[in-house]
Write a protein that binds this ligand. Sequence first.
Ligand code: ZN
Length: 217
Amino acid sequence: MTTIQKLQQLMQAQRIRANDEGFVLSLLRFAQIRGTLTTGQDNAAQRLIARYEQRATPQASTASTVPTFTRVDLSPIVRMFDAARAHGLRRASIRLGNGLKVSAASPTSANPGAIYVKRDGDYLGKITSEGREFFSPSMTSAEKELVREFAQHPLERATVYGHATGQCCFCGRELTDARSVAMGYGPICADHYGLDWGHQRAAQSVDVVDDVRTQAA
Ligand SMILES: [Zn+2]
């Protein structure tokens, strides 16, 4: 059975938890468009499937303990924004779609290591370096999922964004090169944000943009 078939099976069995659903849906969407997953996506999907298969093996009862916050490592995202700052981009941010943008707190701010979320310029909340979420009640569950998905799989999210919009997830310019579309960002932004472009798919990269007013609170 292929990775995609396994994901579909888990979805149909309604076994995917809310935390993972956005990511799984984005993979299925991607595979639908492209006919296949990237190596990075496939690896991430297989890790996810392995987690669910472990859980399915005869264990005690199925007490569903939903974590109160998502355990994420934001350091790849923070590194990317640090690179952008080093390139002189003072207001770096990345587009997730639907008007959502994410930026990273400056190292000298009150929340070093945190990421901020805005919708059409309005501050919506943050995820701290410990992975704690502080989301505005005005955020829909779909928006929260989108942000969580990005926090966990930034590169995959950039790719999905690039395919969905044909635009660079960082600067919003039209992507005219197949390699840029494959990454979700163009070569100039890749350079600014310290990401791979063109030769190989970055193993763990991320993405950003540059026109939001960062630093909310
Ligand atoms: Zn760009």
